[in-house]
Design a protein around this ligand. Structure first.
Ligand SMILES: [Zn+2]
Length: 338
């Protein structure tokens, strides 16, 4: 029941439903996957399935008190353990909200479920505190750890948990989610900024949360146009354009995923148009003629080299290299004629 209406993740839904049906649930799970893939949503639905006191063939009934409360996110037997700074709960939070709390039996549900957000951000003392509970949990306790990667988790935690990785969504699912989000925004009377199919699917890259990034505000479109104009300026050797373009990279705040995507998608489109002609399939369809002109003026090899530089810079930033320096270096090298 709780899983009904949850888009995608079919394999994981099936695997977890089998565990519930066969009564083979573990005390601890790890759900991993990139930010925006839907770990929290999936964990909540899974928790609601598990919490049901009268499941039918492994599926939650939708009628018991645990189900009804979970439906409106009001089941207090399902606890979300988060931290304000997004770093993962600290040792005190783990002690107070989990270790000291597990002794209290669930009120309405068949289990008491703790969902730990940013689990890979927990330091060793927080993880060691959690480990004490994982070693001898009361029978009704389930702990779900959400994380981008399992690597920062202690081996002792990993060995006591069942780990699942969330799947990327396919293009059809991304488009379906886009349609759902559009209807939701319309129902709530919130502004929604439509996006071209190709651009949307390419930027989402299988991550459902990215849809909202680009459709909830229109600054994204301005950003893309500014990047395009900035590139034209940089290729013409205008140092002012280089400085302006550098400002768009919000490198200090690590807020650059879309900016790199937009720049690289424009450069890739330019390469494709230059090599395959105007009928080729591209991502920035609204800028097609302008990008084709840019490709002719800058030349294929310069565009290709710029794409390489952007990729290199993006990887450096992901490795926490000096952000502003990396961006400046990339733009200066792009400006230079090969
Ligand atoms: Zn139920």
């Amino acid at each position: 029941m709780a899983f009904d209406g949850l888009l995608g993740q079919n394999e994981l839904k099936e695997r977890t439903a089998t565990l519930i049906r066969n009564g083979r649930l573990s005390h601890a799970y790890i759900f991993s996957g990139p930010s925006g893939i839907g770990k929290r949503t999936f964990a909540r639905k899974f928790a609601a399935e598990v919490a049901c006191t009268a499941p039918v063939e492994g599926k939650s009934c939708g009628r018991c008190k645990a189900c009804i409360l979970a439906e409106s996110d009001n089941n207090t037997d399902i606890r979300i353990i988060s931290s304000k700074d997004g770093k993962g709960p600290g040792v005190d939070t783990v002690r107070w909200e989990i270790c000291d709390d597990v002794a209290k039996a669930p009120l309405f549900s068949s289990r008491k479920i703790y969902i730990i957000e940013n689990g890979d951000g927990m330091n060793d003392s927080a993880q060691n505190a959690l480990l004490k509970t994982l070693e001898e949990p009361p029978a009704y306790v389930m702990i779900i750890i959400l994380c981008g990667s399992v690597l920062p988790l202690l081996e002792t935690i990993r060995s006591r948990s069942v780990a699942f990785e969330l799947e990327r969504y396919n293009d059809d699912e991304i488009l379906e989610a886009y349609g759902n989000l559009k209807r939701k925004y319309a129902a709530e009377g919130k502004p929604f900024f439509e996006k071209d199919r190709e651009l949307l699917v390419a930027y989402a890259d299988g991550i459902i949360g990215r849809i909202e990034d680009v459709c909830a505000n229109d600054t994204i479109n301005d950003t893309r146009l500014n990047i395009f104009n900035g590139l034209i300026g940089v290729f013409s050797g205008d140092p002012k354009a280089r400085i302006e373009l550098g400002r768009i990279f919000d490198a200090k705040n690590k807020n650059y995923d879309f900016i790199f995507f937009a720049m690289m998608s424009i450069l890739m489109d330019a390469m494709v148009l230059e090599r395959c002609g105007p009928k080729a399939k591209i991502m920035n369809t609204d800028l097609k003629n302008k990008i084709a002109d840019m490709a002719v003026n800058a030349g294929y090899y310069r565009i290709k080299n710029s794409l390489f530089l952007a990729d290199e810079c993006y990887k450096n930033l992901k490795r926490n290299a000096a952000a502003e320096l990396s961006v400046d270096n990339m733009l200066i090298r792009m400006e230079k004629r090969a």
